[in-house]
Design a protein around this ligand. Structure first.
Ligand code: AHR
Length: 495
């Protein structure tokens, strides 16, 4: 077995890790909101109607920025439908997912949930069928003190104090032909600029995320981003990118190499930001907001047939999916200089780490990598130099068997390592050039019987992380043998 050597140096930082890369996404889609998070009829419902079992599980993930209310849903959503007395709210025909939306859960319920969970709110305005003015009115509702029309509406609902929502997305996937109100880049840019101006005029402390390309295969990829960023200028604080990955070819090695493509997408999007910044001779650089990402290809049921809370895209995740989720997180850490926000899509039932069935709840495989990284996210991401064996992925080129990232937190160092080899152990040696590794503080390992193994209600613990004592520290270095298809999260103390 050839050892992989990971060399680090505390003076080679990438950037501080922005904790908002551990964000999530709640959409009015399928059973994410209703039944998943909000179900007053459940035996787990708390006083607000939130499912305490689901909230308890999500708390373990330490999620930060939570995007809401969509997604595609946002492009047909009129926020006024979801505020005021619940019984007076309209039930509407919802077009993005062909569902029935009763608006029992709206802005105040979402912001209450954020407060209960310690989440940072992140609202997506409707720039599909909505107007820039409607977007601006929502900012007033959320952020302004009482005394004017929309702020008073909030006060009338019993919420005197402004919520102070700082993060706002200027629409969703407006480059996609499926999007309600989809338009070419220049027209979206005009809408977004008008909304941005009025929203910032209402509350200058907010930060805005412009809609970037939602995928690398979209014909307008990069060109859309250039046009939008040039037109929005300094009003764009962030630009969004999305990625859902798949293993339809059933090629585990190639699937696990998809992290290379995520790295590349980030670097290309960052290149557009820098290009536009340079062309505009601006001091302001837009950063990246990876506000939808996950594995998604097994369950593509997207038509709700007019029903309330239909079962949509309830993807079941296996071990290889969990390792790919780890790959996204490695990539975000390795690009901590430009990726400032990221939201796994979504949080419950819909392509999610947690599933519910009646009052039952199941933790899926992808829950664990998120938890393992999130617990060790504080600090500065270090530039990893990796020397070790690699393979040739069919689609994604040369790929190290061991994928890594590292975070330095004062005298503690977190190292994350994925062994992509399907049937071989892989040895990892870690050294930090300007310090000695003194001891192992804690470590967790995620692995399972095979790539396709998944948790089920009958066998809920097939894939889960366990405490791991294997990493050894000798002569200031650490060495660990990673089982095939595994993820290790290790925390070391430095001398
Ligand atoms: O997360 C599910 C959907 O995927 C979102 O609504 C949309 O933005 C994306 O296409």
């Amino acid at each position: 077995m050839q050892t992989t050597l990971l060399s680090l140096h505390s003076r080679f930082p990438i950037a501080s890790v922005d904790e908002r890369i551990f964000g999530g996404f709640i959409e009015h889609m399928g059973r994410c909101v209703y039944e998943g998070l909000y179900d007053p009829s459940s035996k787990h419902a708390d006083a607000d109607g939130f499912r305490s079992d689901v909230c308890g599980a999500l708390k373990r993930l330490g999620m930060t920025a939570i995007r809401y209310p969509g997604g595609n849903f946002a492009s047909g959503y009129h926020w006024l439908d979801g505020v005021g007395p619940r019984d007076a709210r309209p039930t509407v025909r919802e077009l993005a997912w062909q569902s029935s939306e009763p608006n029992r859960f709206g802005t105040d319920e979402y912001l209450r949930l954020c407060a209960v969970m310690g989440w940072t709110p992140m609202l997506t305005v409707n720039l599909g069928t909505g107007t820039p003015e409607e977007a601006r009115n929502w900012v007033e509702y959320c952020n302004c003190p009482g005394g004017t029309k929309y702020a008073d509406l909030r006060v009338a609902g019993g919420n005197d104090r402004p919520y102070g929502v700082k993060l706002w997305c200027l629409g969703n996937e407006m480059d996609g032909a499926w999007q309600l109100g989809h338009v070419p880049a220049d027209q979206y840019a005009i809408r977004a600029q008008q909304a941005a101006k009025m929203m910032k005029d209402t509350d200058k402390s907010i930060a805005l995320v412009a809609c970037g390309s939602c995928g690398v295969s979209i014909p307008t990829y990069m060109e859309w981003d250039r046009i939008v960023l040039e037109y929005l200028g300094d009003q764009a604080d962030y630009v969004s990118l999305h990625r859902y990955v798949e293993n339809r070819a059933n090629d585990t090695a190639d699937f696990l190499a998809v992290t290379n493509a995520v790295d590349r997408q980030i670097e290309e999007m960052d290149a557009v930001c820098r290009f536009v910044q340079a062309r505009r001779r601006s001091r302001k650089r837009a950063y990246l907001c990876f506000d939808e990402w996950n594995v998604w290809y097994k369950n593509m049921e997207c038509n709700g047939q007019g029903k309330f809370a239909p079962h949509l895209v309830e993807e079941v995740y296996n071990l290889e999916d969990a390792l790919v989720v780890a790959g996204f997180l490695h990539s975000f850490l390795r690009h901590a200089d430009c990726v400032k926000i990221a939201n796994i899509a979504q949080v419950v039932n819909v392509i999610a780490p947690v599933l519910t069935q009646g009052d039952r709840m199941l933790i899926q495989s992808i829950f664990y990598p998120f938890e393992m990284f999130s617990r060790r996210r504080n600090g500065v991401s270090l530039r990893p130099a990796v020397e070790g064996p690699a393979y040739e992925g069919k689609t994604h080129g040369r790929t190290n068997y061991i994928d890594v990232s590292a975070v330095l937190d004062g005298q503690r160092m977190h190292v994350f390592a994925t062994n992509r080899a399907p049937d071989a152990e892989a040895e990892l040696a870690v050294r930090i050039a300007d310090a000695d590794i003194a001891a192992l503080d804690s470590a967790e390992l995620l692995t399972g019987p095979d790539a396709k193994a998944a948790n089920s209600y009958e066998n809920p613990d097939v894939i889960r992380s366990v405490e791991w004592r294997e990493p050894a520290v000798r002569n200031g270095q650490a060495v660990a043998k990673l089982p095939p298809l595994s993820l290790a999260a290790m925390t070391f103390r430095l001398a």
